[in-house]
Design a protein around this ligand. Structure first.
Ligand code: PMV
Length: 354
């Protein structure tokens, strides 16, 4: 029997939304009720590394996450594998005399090994980096010719927010119009060099896993919240335009205002859900008050905050000086291992947009 292996390794950072995605109009295809905008972190602190391998000796598709085998039977993995396989092209390794034709990919199986360089249980980065990395690595292995936006529409079917991790810098996920979801994809707003004095600090408030998954939470919000309807139709479309402007002009005051307001509205929509969903805790609320007070006392915003489906704070500082002052404040008001539970700070390497 033939025995060879071809491998591809890719590394993908996670992303943090500054205009939030919350609510699906189609659960199976993962189509959102509104556009969203995110910033992709640098690949140092919160990223996934995935190796995909193909060999005629593999009897089935298998995957290991942080060294432990996991099932690939879920619809999300199956969607990504099926969509990339459908786009596979001829692959040739002349040196080793290996040739895989387009139709061979239907019979060949892959092994996938994925590692997160952050504690998976910390409820920090969602599956964003994971599915983006998986789809990108598979596309390279199978020589798919699709560009990153087209790949983002496949990663989207693994996890919505994953589509935004196919690009660096600031990224917009366009909700799209068509029923099959082919126009619901990510585009780059500006690249990672455009606004490279921003610094992101993630304050780990609690490493416990969230109680309500984003899938369940979104479903309940879509079914019960009237505020979500108003947000998706009236508020977000205007904010998306304003946010793109702020980013392009590097207008931090406007950027910070929109980021904080949108995080707060996302959590208000959670509260407006029946039964209500609480992702933030007392420490999260205290961090918000602390940042608001500081920004107000200086007169112009120094730091923006945003919270996803958990209590951890993502703090975006205007520059290194503001970041240093922020760290001082966090250490003073939330000393590590005190009863406030704030147990660590993750600081972006040089900047978030390296
Ligand atoms: O892609 P999901 O299902 O993990 O949803 C992510 C939702 C938020 O992180 C709360 C917001 C966002 O836009 O990333």
């Amino acid at each position: 029997a033939e025995s060879w292996v071809i491998m591809v390794t890719a590394q993908t950072p996670t992303n943090i939304a500054v205009i939030k995605y919350w609510g699906k109009r189609d659960e199976k295809l993962i189509l959102p009720v509104n556009d969203s905008i995110s910033v992709t972190l640098d690949p140092v602190h919160l990223c996934t590394t995935t190796t995909v391998a193909v060999s005629p000796s593999f009897a089935q598709d298998r995957m290991w996450l942080n060294g432990k085998e996991i099932s690939l039977s879920g619809g999300r993995y199956q969607n990504c594998l099926r969509e990339i396989r459908a786009r596979a092209c001829d692959v040739e390794d002349k040196e080793r005399g290996i040739k895989i034709s387009k139709k061979d990919w239907e019979k060949l199986h892959v092994h996938i090994a994925s590692y997160n360089n952050f504690p998976t249980a910390a409820g920090l980065a969602s599956s964003a980096a994971g599915f983006a990395c998986l789809v990108f690595a598979l596309a390279k292995l199978m020589n798919a010719k699709e560009d990153n936006s087209e790949l983002s529409a496949i990663a989207r079917q693994g996890s919505g927010s994953a589509c935004r991790s196919l690009f660096g810098g600031f990224v917009k996920w366009k909700m799209g119009k068509v029923e099959d979801g082919s126009d619901s994809l990510a585009v780059q707003v500006v690249d990672e060099k455009h606004w490279d004095d921003l610094v992101i600090i993630i304050a780990v408030v609690s490493s416990r896993q969230k109680e309500t998954s984003s899938t369940t939470g979104m479903r309940e919000t879509v079914e019960t919240s009237l505020l979500l309807q108003h947000r998706a139709k009236e508020i977000v479309p205007k904010r998306i335009v304003q946010m793109e402007e702020s980013i392009k002009n590097r207008n931090f005051a406007s950027f910070a205002h929109l980021t904080c307001a949108d995080s707060n509205q996302f959590h208000a929509v959670c509260m407006d859900t029946c039964p209500p969903i609480f992702y933030m805790n007392d420490t999260s609320h205290r961090i918000i008050s602390c940042v608001e007070k500081w920004n107000r006392s200086v007169g112009t915003p120094q730091v923006a905050y945003t919270f996803d489906a958990g209590p951890n704070a993502v703090l975006i500082a205007h520059n290194r000086k503001a970041a240093a002052q922020l760290l001082q404040k966090l250490l003073f008001y939330f000393p590590p291992n005190s009863d406030t539970e704030l147990n660590s700070y993750v600081l972006g390497d040089k900047s978030i947009l390296k």
